[in-house]
Structures are given as C-alpha cells and as structure tokens.
Design a protein around this ligand. Structure first.
Ligand code: DQA
Length: 142
C-alpha cells in the first residue's frame, strides 16, 4: 500500500515538545519508523509535516489517486478545522486520525475532534505506535 502520513502543527518539535506527553523520540525518528514499518509490509510511507492549515488541505487534495490511505494527525487543527474536515470528505482516500496523547485525559477542548467524522476511525493515547496501528488497520483490511 502507498501511505501518506500527514502531521500538522508543532509535530515537527516531537522529542523537544512536552516530552512527558509526546515522548522523547523526534519527528525524524517517527518517519524512519513508519517507513521501516511500511517496507516490512511491502508498502511505502511518505511523511509530510506542516504548520499550516492550507498545506494540509493541499496535501489531502493531492493524495487523491496517488495514495491508498492517509494517516493524519492534524494537531490542534483537529479541534476546529472545518476546512480539513471538508478536504477529507472531498477525496476518495480513506483516512485514520491519530493522536499521540490520550486527548480525553487532557483539557476539555481536546476532547472534540471536528475532523474525525470524515475518517474511518480515530486512535489516541498509544504514543507513536498509534501511527503503526493505523497503517496496520489498512494493511489488514485490504
Ligand atoms: C495531538 C493532540 C492535540 O490536542 C494537540 O493540539 C497536538 C497533538 C496529539 O497527537 O496528541 O498538537 O494531536
């Protein structure tokens, strides 16, 4: 399968950013891990990170017909980006939403995802493993 992994704002600071919540591994470690996981399953994973909402929307649009599945951590956009919700609905690429932290154990404003309704499902609280779990789901179901 061809996976597109999209990480939104502040996830480039993984490892440095609140490591008690997001862990000590950096963004590059995450990408290497996901590429290795994909390769071990005869698949590919392209990793894209941006701090800009429009760039996430452009990446979702461009994924149509190019990737088989999207694994998306929209970061804080999760909680208010109707534009990302609409982009996910506009394309034919299935998406699983991932959150490294357990958003339900955190502030109330993190409990609501406006983007998850356009996704097949949502994984949260499993750390970086959540991305592999999402990929594993797609690998199992095809
Ligand atoms: C996050 C959770 C969001 O609430 C937060 O804004 C993030 C990261 C997570 O991976 O746990 O940036 O998506």
């Amino acid at each position: 399968m061809r996976f597109l992994i999209i990480n939104g704002p502040n996830l480039n600071l993984l490892g440095k950013r609140e490591p008690d919540i997001y862990g000590k591994d950096g963004y590059e470690v995450l990408c290497q891990r996901l590429k290795a996981y994909a390769a071990a399953h005869a698949s590919t994973a392209e990793c894209f990170q941006t701090n800009h909402e429009g760039a996430i929307i452009d990446a979702i649009h461009a994924a149509d017909g190019v990737y088989d599945a999207i694994v998306l951590n929209p970061g804080a956009y999760t909680h208010y980006s109707i534009a990302i919700l609409d982009a996910l609905k506009a394309v034919d690429v299935p998406c699983v939403e991932v959150h490294i932290s357990n958003v339900h154990q955190r502030e109330e404003f993190r409990h609501k995802s406006v983007t998850a309704p356009a996704c097949v499902g949502q994984i949260c609280g499993l750390g970086l493993y959540g991305y592999e779990a999402a990929m594993g789901y797609f690998l199992e179901r095809t």
